[in-house]
Ligand binder design. Structure first.
Ligand code: IMP
Length: 190
């Protein structure tokens, strides 16, 4: 079975390929030479994932899926959420984004947070949503060099280190994205 994954991020493609049974083939937007910008104008992760999946479906008329993820900080009312990539401006600077969160949490005891990932699948012209969550808390300062985005300030539950202190293999075993990917794959296999 062939599916289009609405991403140019080869790390994400590699991550899902490692989980997929051999009879599935995933093609990325890079594989398909599709470089148009898809505007992520939704107000929720669900809306953005669906906008991307629908755009791809309307272009290729093939089974496809897209993901959108974000960090949700409890004491900030779920922010930055859907705005995670551009929390501190359009330049999408990960260090500036993490510093902004640390600044906003100064003096606040409740540092609970979660990463949430939503996958929108269009399969046989029907829409489906799959969600993956990893709960944890925000550290007091950045730690670790691995990963990307908010990884240096996110301590997943049952761990004492940040996502950026885990190897990619360790992170992928518990991450929000891998949980959502696994739900998608269970659905496709059934
Ligand atoms: P995307 O939807 O996967 O591209 O994620 C959007 C933004 O959410 C990223 O640019 C990061 O700021 C943040 N984010 C999502 N997943 C992760 C993660 O696993 N680690 C750190 N930051 C993440």
């Amino acid at each position: 079975m062939e599916l289009i994954f609405g991403t140019h991020n080869h790390n994400k493609v590699e991550e899902i390929n490692k989980l997929l049974p051999p009879n599935f083939t995933v093609k990325s937007l890079t594989d398909l030479n599709y470089y148009s910008e898809i505007e992520e104008s939704g107000k929720t992760l669900e809306e953005n994932a669906l906008i991307k999946a629908k755009t791809i479906f309307n272009t290729f008329k093939k089974n496809c899926f897209s993901d959108d993820s974000g960090l949700e900080v409890f004491a900030l009312g779920g922010k930055p959420g859907v705005y995670s990539a551009r929390y501190e401006g359009k330049q999408k600077n990960a260090e500036a984004n993490t510093n902004k969160i640390l600044q906003e949490l100064k003096g606040i005891d409740n540092r609970q947070a979660q990463f949430r990932s939503v996958i929108a699948l269009i399969f046989n012209e029907t829409e489906y949503l799959f969600e993956g969550i990893i709960k944890g808390e925000i550290s007091h300062s950045p730690r670790g060099r691995n990963g990307f985005g908010y990884d240096p300030i996110f301590i997943p539950e049952k761990q004492h280190v940040t996502f950026a202190q885990l190897t990619l293999f360790e992170k992928n075993k518990i991450s929000h994205r891998s949980k959502a990917f696994k739900k998608l794959i269970e659905f496709l296999k059934s």
